[in-house]
Each structure stands twice: as structure tokens, then as C-alpha cells.
Design a protein around this ligand. Structure first.
Ligand code: HEM
Length: 414
């Protein structure tokens, strides 16, 4: 592995136009637990094979989440910037067991298939409304007009955010997680944009928490406000960080699975035709879309002590990047990994991570994907791309910002 190519994994511009898959393939073949040294910045390990990624996910005590789950914004800190609280130990995703388990229990049962089933008719109604708004036009931006709208609406409803504020949450989400992309930046600064995005979300939810303390409702904000962890209520900051996590986790990922999935079906017309003819293929198609798109490209852990992995010694304090997108193309686990195959089985992808922090919203994301694909394939079966896809400048999210599509216009009433 040449220095130039391993540094591409932290070169965000490369993720806009380049293809990281050949780099991961080379690492899997020649140096599956690979150290990258960086001038003036901390180095990191890249774990690229499926089996090793699982080993790390399985061991939260050895590989902690409390040092952050990504490398962080790749921009020199501004000495005038006030010190920011990044939510370490305050939101479940940045917490280790046993505290993590208890915090997650406050909301876990809201995300089981059984708890989500009653939401499905409503998810379909929102989907219908989204497609009604574009069906007659014959063209649209699949990301902004379709894919982004559903996850934002669904998680906002579950949290208790009223409809008039859904677009606002979409904007705050882009600022917080898409801050390294110039399209979403304030004054050309990723740090300022992310800080402001987070501040906006916090200000918004602080008002809601104050209200729900007095007027508990059935929503997730009420569950976080009134629930107890180890006999104590969460602090305001902990509630705010968990709301922030839910609003971001619910929006930025499912959106990319939907748009990336539709793009893959357009690129494989014979498979799309099979799915249109036989909806029984939907469950395997959805898992393949998740494997194929791997919406969260990597997740980070920090080693708590010296530990061996595939013969390499990871030192206490080292940062370890688990490249989900690479594990999901591991030729030892997935035959013909670069073939999109809606009938692939088994399909043990790690798009949702694994173990303690396995995605809380996995069932919800699957319902959203199923309903949206079902309606899209039924109503706009001949959708094709009408221009280049624009990718997000990020090595954390396999984000698609825009995807122009066209289709035979349909009447609104479906
Ligand atoms: C296709 C869509 C999605 C993908 C690919 C995805 C991916 C992931 C991954 C990889 C993790 C593991 C993080 C880690 O190990 O540190 C995770 C955790 C999480 N996800 Fe998702 N996610 C998706 C949708 C959602 C949705 C819809 C929600 C809405 C509630 C959500 C909320 C969360 C939360 C709260 C966690 C933290 C869980 C914990 O720390 O125990 N995600 N997700």
C-alpha cells in the first residue's frame, strides 16, 4: 500500500469523485489491519475484513465508543472557538456498557418490529404524499424530493416534532453531519457549521423538553425526559444529545440507502424487472441494498489496552476505523462481492454495525425502505437517471446529495 493511497481514505475530496473500493480491496488482500501515519494528526488503524470488523464490534470493553465514533472534522481547530462538548458519555452511541445498555433501554422497545407495525400505514401515507408531489412532473431530484423526505418525516413524528418544522430538521441535519461539504457550510467552515447545526437542534429540543416535563406525551422526547437510568433521570444535556442522535441517525442514513438503492436498481434493469414482478424478493433486495450502499462508511473505536488483531499489535489509545463498506465487499464472505444481487443469501452485511451498538433504527429503516421502494416501483416503474449523481464530501457517510431522475408522468391519485 503506497502512502498516497492509504491517505486517500482521509481525503474527503477523493470520496466525492474517486472510488475507494480498490484501496479497500488492496488492504483486505495485503494488509487487512493497516496503520496509517499522518503528519501533525493522529494516525489510525484501518480494519477492512468482515471477520475482524465483527471481532472489534463484539468487544466494547476492549474497543471503546467513548473516545468518539469517527476521526472528527478534518479542519484545524480555531483557537478562538469556545471549547465544544461533543457528547462523550452523554448519548448512547458514545457510551460503553453497562451505562450504554441502560440508556438504550429507555427507547429500545419503541423500535422493535412489533412496536413499529402500527406505524406502517402512516409511513405509507407519508410516502404516497411525497410521490403525489412529484409523480405528475416526470422528473425530480430523487434525493431532495423523495429519499430525504420520508426518514425526516418519520423520525420527526416519533420524536414529536410538528410538521411545520420538518424542513428545519432536514437543514439542521445537513449542517451537523454534512458540515464538511461546501454545499451546507456557513462561512466556509465545517466546524462553525457543525457547531451551529448542533446548537440549533439543542435550542429546538430544549423547548420541547421543558414542555414534555409538564405535559408528557407518547413521543420519544417524553420517553427520554421521564425515563431513568441507574435510578436517575437523564440530565438536560443527555436528553438533548440523545434527541440529536435520533434526529441525525434517522435522517442521514436511510436517505442514502433509498437513493443508492434506486440507483442500483436503475443500473440493473433486469433485477428491477424481477422485483417489480415479484415483491416476495423485497426482503433479500433490501438487505442487498444495505450491503451495496453501506450508508455509514466507517465507525471508529478506541483501544482500551494493547491488543492483537490478525498479528498486528494495536496499542492502548490507538484509534481503530472499522470500514463497514469494505467488510461488505469482503470476497471471503460474499461471493462476487461487486455484483448487486437482490436474491443474495446469506447476506450478513454490517451496514447496521454489530453487537451492543447495533443500529437502534434498523427495523425502522427497513420498513421505510420497503414501503418507499414498493410505492416507487409500483407508481414510477420506468424511472431512469437524468444527470450525474452528486456525492457528499465525507468518508463517514456514503452520502448522495442529488440524483436527477426522470419517468413517465403519472396522475396524482394512485
Ligand atoms: C439505512 C439506514 C441506517 C444505517 C445504515 C445505520 C447505521 C448504523 C450503524 C453502523 C450504527 C452503529 C454505530 C456504532 O457501532 O458505533 C448505528 C447506530 C445507531 N443508529 Fe442507525 N443506521 C440507520 C438508520 C437509523 C435510523 C432510521 C435511526 C432512527 C432512530 C437510527 C438510529 C441509530 C442510533 C440511535 C444508533 C446508536 C445505537 C447505540 O449506540 O446503541 N439509525 N446505525
Amino acid at each position: 500500500m503506497s502512502m498516497a493511497s492509504d491517505l486517500s481514505l482521509t481525503d474527503l475530496d477523493f470520496f466525492v469523485t474517486g472510488d475507494p473500493h480498490p484501496i479497500w480491496a488492496e488492504l483486505r488482500a495485503s494488509d487487512p489491519v493497516h496503520w496509517t501515519e499522518r503528519k501533525g494528526k493522529s494516525g489510525f488503524w484501518s480494519v477492512t475484513k468482515h471477520d475482524d470488523v465483527l471481532t472489534v464490534y463484539r468487544d466494547p470493553m476492549q474497543f471503546s465508543s467513548e473516545g468518539g465514533i469517527t476521526l472528527g472534522i478534518d479542519e484545524p481547530p480555531d483557537p478562538n472557538e469556545p471549547k465544544r462538548n461533543f457528547g462523550m458519555r452523554q448519548m448512547m452511541i458514545l457510551t460503553d456498557p453497562p451505562r450504554h445498555t441502560r440508556m438504550r433501554q429507555l427507547v429500545n422497545r419503541r423500535f422493535t418490529p412489533r412496536a413499529l407495525a402500527p406505524h406502517e400505514p402512516h409511513i405509507r401515507a407519508i410516502t404516497t404524499e411525497i410521490l403525489d408531489a412529484i409523480a405528475q412532473r416526470g422528473e425530480c431530484d430523487l434525493v431532495v424530493d423523495v429519499a430525504a423526505k420520508l426518514p425526516t418525516a418519520v423520525i420527526c413524528e416519533m420524536l414529536g416534532v410538528p410538521r411545520e418544522d420538518w424542513d428545519l430538521m432536514f437543514t439542521f441535519g445537513n449542517m451537523s453531519l454534512g458540515s464538511e461539504d461546501p454545499e451546507y457550510q456557513l462561512e466556509g467552515s465545517a466546524r462553525k457549521t457543525a457547531a451551529q447545526g448542533q446548537q440549533n437542534v439543542f435550542n429546538y429540543f430544549m423547548a420541547m423538553i421543558t414542555d414534555r416535563r409538564k405535559n408528557p406525551a407518547e413521543d420519544l422526547v417524553s420517553a427520554l425526559t421521564h425515563g431513568e437510568v441507574e435510578g436517575d433521570k437523564l440530565t438536560d444535556l443527555e436528553i438533548l444529545f440523545n434527541c440529536f442522535l435520533l434526529i441525525l441517525g434517522g435522517q442521514e442514513t436511510t436517505r442514502n440507502a433509498i437513493s443508492g438503492g434506486v440507483d442500483a436498481l436503475i443500473a440493473n434493469p433486469e433485477q428491477r424487472a424481477r422485483l417489480i414482478a415479484d415483491r416476495a424478493l423485497m426482503p433479500t433486495a433490501i438487505e442487498e441494498i444495505l450491503r451495496w450502499t453501506s450508508p455509514i462508511t466507517h465507525i471508529m473505536r478506541t483501544a482500551m489496552r494493547d491488543v492483537e488483531l490478525r498479528g498486528r499489535t494495536i496499542r492502548k489509545g490507538d484509534r481503530v476505523l472499522l470500514w463497514n463498506a469494505s467488510a461488505n465487499r469482503d470476497e471471503e464472505v460474499f461471493p462476487e462481492p461487486y455484483r448487486f444481487d437482490i436474491e443474495r443469501q446469506p447476506n450478513n452485511h454490517v451496514a447496521f454495525g454489530y453487537g451492543e451498538h447495533f443500529c437502534l433504527g434498523a427495523n425502522l429503516a427497513r420498513v421505510e425502505l420497503r414501503v418507499m421502494l414498493d410505492e416507487l416501483l409500483r407508481r414510477l416503474p420506468d424511472m431512469t437517471t437524468a444527470g450525474p449523481m452528486e456525492r457528499l464530501r465525507s468518508n463517514l457517510l456514503a452520502g448522495i446529495k442529488h440524483l436527477p431522475v426522470r419517468f413517465t408522468p403519472q396522475r396524482a391519485a394512485a
